[in-house]
Design a protein. Structure first.
Length: 104
């Protein structure tokens, strides 16, 4: 079973308030210790100015395809996804298996 890379870009309709940003950080910081199968996780706000309006990025490495499949219905992920959807945000996700030797 291959490890999986999950990448998400989020484009909110408006700039987020400090409270909304703190909410995101607080929620996402819970995931690695609360959602089984997360091997590595990083997130943050774009600083490049080249993200075509996407403000937030999230990168999660899962230990396996099975672990990723359990992440999607997990209550913490669902809470976050519903919050993002409630903001009318555009979400772009990209998933791929991590091939052996692809992590030097």
């Amino acid at each position: 079973m291959s490890a999986m890379q999950h990448m998400v870009l989020i484009k909110f309709l408006h700039a987020l308030s400090d409270e909304e940003t703190a909410w995101i950080d607080q929620r996402l910081s819970q995931w690695p210790r609360s959602i089984p199968g997360i091997a590595r996780m990083r997130w943050g706000v774009d600083v490049s100015g080249r993200a075509r309006g996407y403000q937030w990025g999230l990168v999660i490495e899962f230990s396996s395809e099975e672990a990723e499949s359990h992440y999607h219905p997990h209550p913490l992920h669902q809470e976050f996804a519903q919050w993002v959807a409630g903001k009318g945000a555009e979400v772009l996700a990209f998933d791929f298996p991590i091939a052996p030797g692809n992590d030097p």
